[in-house]
Design a protein around this ligand. Structure first.
Ligand SMILES: [Zn+2]
Ligand SMILES: [Zn+2]
Length: 385
């Protein structure tokens, strides 16, 4: 089969305390501290066979994510930018959908021909975190497309327990290919769903929402907020192209945060009450959350999705005096998230397709990665078959 593989050199930085476990498994916690000279190429690999608990999925659509870009892009020292869990060489791609092409001997609830998507978080179900219900924080986590083979390939093996059927979307749309494109966006949309509705149960229809970052995760937060009764969704992004997409998807206000007073601007737009729900999806909390003070409403909720490794100074007195809650959010597994995102998409309440600027063949993937370097597009979808 055809597949896009990322290779990189193993070169742990001197200041990185690498563990024996990382050396033994080659699964590293902080990719940007270990992997040098990342390179991608499309080539031929053997077709996968299903293990007893797996299905083989013929990939119909797979999105290129900001994380994929950060694994492909390198800093001035030639180390990869992505600071998370990784193992290379590996096939990239974790936002995908497809058709079940083969089932393992122990799989009972999926059959050949089913349209499915799958969770990227490969939780074990056995560790203490999983048993407590926190599967996004599995102690033995593997991540599809990061530490295990991904979906930028014609076929991918996935454990049946991570798969979710897309038949409801296909039924409502009446178009299998469109259902697959939509299905490829369940995973990133699930990341935002988890932050809005699972982490802290403060969501109320009628809230004023501020979203920092108009990338795919921020746009998904915007779309979910609008579909769930937000009275205003204010999106901040430095890119004019991304502000344009955010506006097209229904944001009530889109603004460039550079050179403005954030608190004054938010207070102006919220009739002096401030933002009830803040989503940090820019990965730049120094510029988004650090200056946020009077722009936070009483009983506001702040959720952090964007990944930033440096400590951020916050004006905690405002969190106290306004009773603000702050929640870190990671992942999309568990809590019924995939099911509910699929249902929202099928119902017509949630359509992430307007953020897709191109659909390209796997053979043209390198060009698509190159094009995304400028961050003018929100989402490019690859069609491997
Ligand atoms: Zn992603
Ligand atoms: Zn676990």
């Amino acid at each position: 089969m055809k597949a896009l593989t990322l290779t990189a050199d193993w070169a742990p930085k001197a200041d990185y305390a690498i563990t024996d476990y990382e050396i033994e498994t080659r699964k590293v916690r902080t990719g940007s501290k270990v992997w040098k000279n990342p390179q991608i190429k499309v080539g031929q690999l053997p077709d996968p066979d299903p293990k007893p608990d797996e299905v083989i999925i013929q990939v119909g659509a797979v999105g290129i994510c900001g994380s994929d870009m950060h694994m492909y892009e390198r800093g001035s020292d030639d180390y990869m930018l992505y600071p998370g869990l990784t193992r290379f060489p590996n096939i990239l791609g974790h936002e995908f959908s497809g058709k079940v092409a083969a089932v393992g001997s122990d799989v009972y609830d999926l059959k050949v021909g089913d349209l499915v998507t799958a969770e990227e978080i490969q939780w074990c179900g056995k560790c203490v975190s999983c048993r407590r219900g926190f599967v996004n924080h599995c102690d033995n986590m593997e991540e599809l497309g990061f530490t295990t083979p991904g979906a930028m390939a014609q076929y991918i093996p996935v454990r049946a327990k991570y798969c979710w059927k897309l038949d409801e979307i296909a039924d409502r749309l009446g178009d299998e290919q469109e259902a697959l494109v939509m299905g490829a966006m369940v995973e990133p949309t699930g990341v935002s769903y988890h932050a809005l509705f699972n982490r802290i149960h403060t969501w109320q229809p009628g809230v004023y929402v501020v979203v920092f970052g108009g990338g795919p995760i921020g746009l998904a937060a915007e779309a979910l907020a609008l579909a769930s009764g937000a009275a205003q969704v204010i999106v901040f992004d430095t890119s004019p192209a991304r502000r344009e997409i955010a506006a097209r998807m229904g944001a009530t206000h889109v603004l460039d945060p550079v050179g403005i007073d954030l608190n004054e601007t938010i207070l102006d737009l919220t009739y002096g009450r401030g933002a009830d729900f803040v989503v940090e999806a820019a990965g730049a909390p120094d510029h988004t959350l650090a200056p946020l003070t009077t722009g936070l409403a009483v009983n506001a909720t702040v959720t952090v999705i964007g990944l930033a490794t440096n400590p951020t100074p916050l004006s905690l007195v405002h969190y106290q005096t306004r009773g603000v809650q702050l929640a870190g959010s990671l992942g999309h597994a568990g809590h019924g998230t995939f099911q509910n995102v699929i249902r929202m998409m099928a119902s017509g309440k949630l359509d992430m397709r307007p953020m897709v600027s191109a659909r390209v063949k796997l053979d043209d993937a390198l060009g698509a990665f190159h094009r995304l370097e400028s961050r003018q597009d929100a989402k490019i979808i690859l069609l491997p078959n």
